[in-house]
Every structure is written in structure tokens, then in C-alpha cells.
Design a protein. Structure first.
Lengths: 137, 395
């Protein structure tokens, strides 16, 4: 049986800078120039104050695991070969939350509120996915 | 918005058994459920001037038939029905169908509204096909799907944080499935009716930690319908109209990662609104039809709707309080964990069950003297929180 291709995120005009930065190993997020709030995932306008004066800023790349799950069985077809893998919601220091994978440790070592930092995994020539690994003590 | 109270009522319900029925076309489930609801209400079908089918996920072609008035034609309402249109928000569709029906009736745009659902998720999609369908439906293509997210993982993520914050045990979570099964044992329309034990749940395969296979809903074929009319008309049809007393709701997110509190969502706000409109409090509720799909949602529901203190719902269910004969009968059709998950129909079945209990037509599982029921529903990746309060009296 052929393993289906992994889903590749579509890129559009307002998300292109994010993917371009990820390709270069940088995690950037948006910040509203008017209300000063951080924004993730990238939006066309500020979801807080509706301003369209949005800038890109570099994230510290550090955060904590808000929650996680170890996928052991019944994954989508494209991910069956990856089991067990960890899906997690990471809360960045800037306060925004993102869906991601935690890698670089045994799945059993992951826990809620665990400090993590960003790493990058190439998916295609165009797309590199930010993922997270435990911060070494 | 507050003057919905007691203005419309559910007067008829219909439902076909949930499960795997390869020979049963979904249109048959839809029409059979609709017909039952009309006969149950005791009205002439010509009184129905609006038909609201919710969406079916199994096949775009079947769904288009629902959009294109097939139910109107099958019921012989051509030239008489004034409108047929879909209302769809996934699992919370039932609440939006009822609200839409209420609005049409209150504005004088319709007299009686038939809300109907049917789908074929049990035999229409295969096991892996079902997992793959639910790794795209409602999941962000850009920000979530690339990480291997799917519905068991969503339930795993939510359960993990809930357990972390509340100390709820695996046995307590498993006991929710047992509670639902005890009700399903008494429900001839349920897919799973064999007794289930906590040990069996705990011994089932781990899917996405801490969620196990028997804590996951199973996709099913099914259909259900409910008929809504004005309170005035309802009182002429029956001495037990099931009035809409109050409703409250909030939409919280599209991408699950954007939800700031996965152990609460917006149930408390939605419930506060619904109780206020109905003039009732949690102590007044006789039956709680809490949307399940996974056990953690019933625990969150019990706490956020004010039936239990934060972190105590697990012990409350484990002690048998939500079982048949318990203090707070919960999800009395067995829910999606036992009656089966028919897509948008999971919520429709709970709305129908609430009405059935209040009408006194729940047979072996009838909660005696039930006057007030609460129904919760949510769609997609738990993207919205809907609370509806129904009753046979207007408090």
C-alpha cells in the first residue's frame, strides 16, 4: 500500500512571509501596530481591533506545552507510519497558541506545562514546519 | 431575544434505529423519521410550511437532494410548503434548527416547521476512510492538519488538559461510557446495547492518550426528526407540548489551537443565558441531555452547566448519579458513545430524546415526572457551545 502524501499547507499572500521565515529557520508571528497584541495564526487584519496595520515580529521560539496527546492508533492514513507521535498545543511566551508536534524526546516524557523551544522540519521544498522540542535543563 | 420563552413547542418526534444498515437508503431514514414526527404530532402534513433538513456528510449527491427539496416531494408537500433550506453547524445543528424554526414561527413566516436529519456514516465510509474524513472536516488545512490532527487526537488533547487540571481519574472517565451504555441498554434505537464495564473500557486499545477506543464514538447510519409549531397550536394538539424555554450559545473558535480554555469552552456563558431566559436553575432540571461524542465533554458539561463543582463531575458519574434511577439522568439515549454518531444527527438525537422524555414517551427508560430538560450541543472541533432548555410548563 502506498502511503498517501502528507497534507501540505496552502500558501497565500498574507501567510507567505511566515513560510519564507520558517524555511530559513525563523519563527515569526504577527503583531498589531495599533493595539500591540500578538497574533497567531496569521490573519488579514487584527482579530482584536480590526486594524490592518499588522507587522511581523520574531518570536522567542520558546513556550510551554498547554496540552498534548500521543497518537498510538487510528491515525489518518498519511500519519500511520509516524505512530506513536505527539500532537500538542504550545503556548508561546508571547501568549499565542499553536498546534504542533513535540519531537526530540520519548513521547512519554512530554507533559502539560513542559518548557519547549522551536525547531524546524522540512516538509517540501517550499514548506518547513515549526515543531517543538524540550528545553534542555 | 428574551421573549422566545414558551412561544413555540416541539409537538412531534420521529427516529429510526442507529447502526449499520447497508440496505437502508438514507432518504428512507429521513422520510420515515419525518413521517413518524408528523403522525406523532397528530397534525395534517399540509400544515407544515417549512422543511429544514440539516446536512449529510456521507455523500454530496445525497446532501444536494436534501437541499433540492426531496423531502418536500417525498412527503407530498409540493406547492404547499413555502420553504426548504438547510441549517447546518455540525453537531450543534439541532439547536440552530430549533432556533431558526422558532424565529420563522414568531415572525409569522411559517406555522409548523419540520426539522429532519439522516446520514449514512456507518456503512457509507469505511474505518480508515472515516478517520481520514475526520482528519480534514473542520480542521485547519494550514495550521493543524499538517501535524496529524484528527478527532481522536482532538479528544486526547482536551482530555489530557482536563485531567491535568482536575485530577479526574481514568476510571471516572470510563464510568461516563458505562453510564451512557446503561441508558442505551434500554433504548431500542441504540447501536450498542450490551452491558459495558469500566474494566472493558480500560482494557480497550489506546487511540490518542489518554483516550481509549471504547471512549470514542462509533460512526452510524441513522435519522431523526422533530416538528415545531406555535405554543398556541401546540396546546390544541397535545396536553404535553414541549416548550422552548430558553437558549444560549457562543461560537468559540475554528482552529482548536485558538481555544484559550479547553477545559471549559463557553458552556458557562451559554448556560447562564439559557437559565436566565427560562427562569430556571440547575436544581430545576430533571433530565440533562449532554452532548458526548467523547466522555470528557459530558464531564465538562456537568460542571459548566452548574450540576457539579469544578473537578467533581468524574466522581459524580462514577457514583452512579447519572444512571437510570440516578439523581440526574444524563444523555438518556446513550449518546454518540452508545446510540452511535450519525454526524449532525448526534445532536438531533439528543434534542429528540429530550422531547421524548418530556412527552413521557421514553418507554423503559422514562424518567418519571420529567418536566424540564437541558440539551447541549457542539459542532466541529467543539467550536461552539449551545445550551437549550425545554419544558412541559412555562415557569
Amino acid at each position: 500500500m502506498n502511503t498517501p502524501e502528507k497534507p501540505v499547507p496552502p500558501v497565500n499572500s498574507w501567510t507567505a512571509p511566515y513560510w519564507e521565515a520558517a524555511r530559513k529557520g525563523k519563527l515569526i508571528i504577527q503583531k498589531c501596530r495599533d493595539c500591540q497584541k500578538y497574533i497567531f495564526y496569521p490573519r488579514m487584519s487584527c482579530p482584536f481591533c480590526f486594524s490592518d496595520r499588522i507587522e511581523w515580529v520574531q518570536s522567542s521560539g520558546r513556550g510551554t506545552v498547554y496540552t498534548y496527546t500521543i497518537v498510538r492508533n487510528n491515525a489518518p492514513s498519511a500519519f500511520l507510519a509516524d505512530m506513536p507521535y505527539v500532537v500538542a498545543v504550545v503556548r508561546l511566551e508571547e501568549g499565542v497558541q499553536m498546534m504542533t508536534n513535540v519531537v526530540g524526546c520519548a513521547p512519554e516524557e512530554v507533559h502539560c506545562d513542559m518548557p519547549v523551544e522551536v525547531i524546524f522540519e522540512k516538509l517540501t521544498e517550499e514548506i518547513t514546519l515549526p515543531k517543538f522540542k524540550p528545553v534542555k535543563k | 431575544m428574551d421573549d422566545l420563552k414558551g412561544k413555540v413547542a416541539i409537538v412531534g418526534i420521529g427516529e429510526v434505529p442507529s447502526g449499520r444498515f447497508p440496505e437502508r437508503e438514507p432518504i428512507v431514514s429521513a422520510v420515515a423519521s419525518a413521517r413518524q414526527a408528523i403522525i406523532d404530532a397528530g397534525i395534517k402534513k399540509e400544515e407544515i410550511d417549512a422543511v429544514i433538513p440539516t446536512a449529510a456528510l456521507w455523500s454530496p449527491q445525497y446532501n444536494t437532494e436534501l437541499v433540492c427539496c426531496r423531502i418536500v416531494e417525498e412527503l407530498g408537500l409540493c406547492g404547499k410548503a413555502r420553504m426548504n433550506f438547510q441549517v447546518f453547524s455540525g453537531g450543534s445543528s439541532c439547536c440552530n434548527m430549533l432556533k431558526t424554526a422558532a424565529g420563522l414561527i414568531l415572525l409569522g413566516l411559517a406555522r409548523s416547521v419540520l426539522c429532519v436529519h439522516s446520514d449514512r456514516l456507518g456503512t457509507g465510509v469505511t474505518g480508515q476512510g472515516g478517520i481520514d474524513l475526520f482528519s480534514t472536516a473542520g480542521i485547519s488545512k494550514e495550521w493543524e492538519a499538517p501535524y496529524g490532527l484528527h478527532y481522536s487526537a482532538i479528544a486526547g488533547l482536551i482530555t489530557q488538559r482536563y485531567v491535568y487540571e482536575t485530577g479526574t481519574t481514568e476510571e471516572q472517565l470510563a464510568s461516563v461510557c458505562v453510564s451512557n451504555r446503561k441508558w442505551a441498554e434500554l433504548n431500542p434505537n441504540a447501536m450498542f446495547r450490551k452491558p459495558l464495564t469500566i474494566e472493558e473500557v480500560m482494557a480497550s486499545k489506546m487511540l490518542s492518550t489518554p483516550l481509549r477506543a471504547k471512549e470514542s464514538n462509533v460512526l452510524a447510519d441513522g435519522g431523526a426528526a422533530f416538528l415545531v409549531t406555535s405554543a398556541e397550536r401546540a396546546r390544541k394538539l397535545t396536553d404535553r407540548p414541549v416548550y422552548l424555554l430558553g437558549e444560549g450559545s457562543r461560537v468559540t473558535h475554528f482552529a482548536l489551537s485558538q481555544e484559550p480554555d479547553m477545559t471549559r469552552f463557553a458552556w458557562a456563558e451559554a448556560a447562564e443565558e439559557a437559565y436566565r431566559k427560562a427562569g430556571l436553575s440547575p436544581e430545576d432540571i430533571d433530565v440533562a441531555e449532554i452532548y458526548d461524542s467523547y466522555p470528557v465533554f459530558q464531564l465538562i458539561g456537568l460542571e459548566e452547566l452548574g450540576f457539579c463543582k469544578r473537578g467533581e463531575a468524574g466522581a459524580f458519574v462514577y457514583a452512579g448519579n447519572t444512571w437510570p434511577g440516578g439523581k440526574l439522568p444524563m444523555t438518556t439515549n446513550g449518546g454518540m458513545l452508545s446510540q452511535g454518531h450519525t454526524g449532525a444527527g448526534g445532536g438531533v438525537a439528543l434534542m429528540v430524546e429530550a422531547a421524548r422524555q418530556l412527552m413521557g414517551k421514553a418507554g423503559e427508560r422514562q424518567v418519571s415526572g420529567a418536566r424540564f430538560a437541558v440539551v447541549t450541543a457542539t459542532g466541529g472541533t467543539y467550536m461552539d457551545s449551545y445550551v437549550t432548555i425545554l419544558g412541559t410548563e412555562i415557569p
